[in-house]
Design a protein around this ligand. Structure first.
Ligand code: ATR
Length: 270
């Protein structure tokens, strides 16, 4: 039986073992998948130990995605673009390969929600790892323009500089007044019960407000968006499941259906 894992610190809260065991059952694949708490200064050692015990692949979460990027022998284009790896596997020649499924996970979820990305102008809030990883796949999906706004403007500028003119950086105060059909919150503000302090003007044409975080209640950003009259809101549960489904596909060549697993997770969360 093949062994997989998710590495993080902390890791106790991870839904990945549940998600991947459900995917394995659905696809009739025999595998194990466990949560691995790696020491903050010991990710590489933990990974090598895991491989020594027969590990075939892993997901990598906070704070190890950049370390996994440095560890991999071969990087996919999307991992290179993101500067981070969330999926590791060993290929037939024994090379350690690093990929990143976060961005296509978001794109898959937006497609599932029926949002038309082709030609869209969108507002992306936050300039941390979560934001960096999704810009390339959003552009590849046909988005015309991404306004990347961050509390600390310099971090948004640094990210925008690695893309073309379709990505424009600014502070929250200087967001251009455009018709944003989609506003994505990629900040971690919800973890401290806050929302990004942007003007309600930017929500006027928004048909979908998306928060990469998820939880039993709508995040502060989603609650605020709803109060501004935004018709559709979605949290990051679908993105979590979709990035996991893409990782499963890389490892096993089968792409699971996320809907039944989402229903189970929602039942657990609420
Ligand atoms: P991640 O990898 O999850 O993106 P990160 O790299 O620590 O985490 O980035 C966190 C992001 O959330 C940053 O864009 C941060 O803004 P700053 O760069 O100004 O610090 C943003 N953030 C966190 N708390 C916030 C808050 N209360 N309001 C607005 N932005 C916030």
């Amino acid at each position: 039986m093949d062994h997989y894992a998710v590495f993080g610190n902390p890791i106790g809260q991870s839904k990945s073992p549940f998600i991947h065991s459900q995917f394995a059952m659905q696809c009739e694949e025999r595998l194990t998948y466990e949560a691995m708490l790696a020491p903050l200064d010991g990710f590489a050692d933990s990974w090598h130990r895991f491989v020594g015990l027969g590990g075939k692949g892993a997901n990598v979460t906070v704070p190890f995605k950049e370390q996994a990027f440095l560890l991999a022998d071969i990087l996919s284009d999307r991992a290179q673009q993101a500067g981070a790896v969330n999926t590791l596997y060993i290929d037939k020649s024994g090379n350690l390969c690093g990929d990143n499924t976060d961005g296509i996970g978001l794109v898959a979820d937006l497609n599932r929600l029926g949002f038309q990305l082709l030609g869209a102008t969108l507002l992306l809030l936050g300039a941390g790892g979560a934001s960096r990883g999704v810009i390339g796949p959003l552009l590849d999906a046909g988005v015309s323009k991404i306004v990347l706004a961050n509390r600390t403007e310099s971090k948004a500028i640094a990210i925008a500089n690695s893309f073309d003119a379709r990505v424009q950086a600014c502070s929250f105060e200087q967001i251009a007044t455009l018709q944003y059909a989609l506003v994505i919150n990629a900040t971690s503000s919800g973890l401290s019960g806050e929302r990004p302090q942007i003007s309600a003007v930017h929500m006027q044409h928004c048909t979908l407000a998306y928060d990469m975080l998820y939880g039993p209640e709508p995040t502060p950003f989603l609650q605020w968006a709803q109060a501004q009259g935004v018709l559709h809101i979605a949290d990051g549960l679908g993105m979590l499941l979709s990035q996991a489904a893409e990782a499963f596909y890389i490892w096993r060549g089968k792409r699971p259906d996320i809907e039944p697993v989402m229903a189970l997770l929602k039942a657990q969360l609420f």
